[in-house]
Design a protein. Sequence first.
Length: 320
Amino acid sequence: MTRVSAGARLHAGFQNLSLAHERLYGGVGVALAEPRVTVEAHPTEGVDCPDPLVTEYASRVCEVLDVPGAAVTVEETLPRHVGLGSGTQLALATLAAIAGAYDHEPRVRERAPALGRGGRSGVGVAGFEAGGFVVDAGHPTERFTTDRPADGAWTVPPVVARHTLPDDWRFLVVLPEATTGRSGEDEDASMRSVVERADPGIADELATLLVRRLLPAAAAGQFDDFAGALAAFGRLNGAWYADEQGGVYRPPAGELVERLRESHAVGGVGQSSWGPAVYGLTTIDRAAEACEAATAALDRVGVDGEVLLACPADRGARIE
């Protein structure tokens, strides 16, 4: 039996969504130590799992590995379609668990496309591999197609930068009770619409922001500089999505972002992926105040929700 546990990820955005530039996408995000997805698997004939989505992943994994089957148990899982990368982490945990049960190397980067993962952003795969604050290289723009490529028809974009963030930093995660973020065909259609009309000038601003501010601050562990650059990176990304999601941030994430920005205990506030998850950066010393600010923000916006505090992950998935 093999047990695999992997943390969530936050996605701050992409470096470029314009067809006018040579490389498309280029994900920027961070792996979290919690919340986590945990999967166990042991060899058997056929696939045995009560979760329909995991059954789908497990069946495909068994085909890719050419093994007869697996009994898969999901011990804990991430909320789906809220901006925490649940699909990629669940798929890769299933892959690694079944591979381990048969004493195979999981080779997650190579096999992720066969499970439909890593087609745009490589942050989730990179986080599963080694954790950290991650920037990936994106894909050559010439490979862009209006129709979604078949699973396995792409490679996961390589990592161009990875940094371990200071161990006293914490990510505040607010999960409002709201309509889940886009996924599947809806997400594909929205991304196609965004890409086809994206302003290339925003990508130029993002490139400057990433190279001159965000990456240096991550490398040096400078909290204020990193938080300011992270928030700016998210706002610029939101300008691309405004027509698709009803604003720079989708409702009610936008209101929560504004409320959290009022707190001196929280910096780097933004929306993860399509939301509705909102994140902010704080420290151990200010964590209690940050959580109070998040709870107050939910109250002021008038929505229920959950407030989480997570360490940045300094390692990838745990495989036992």
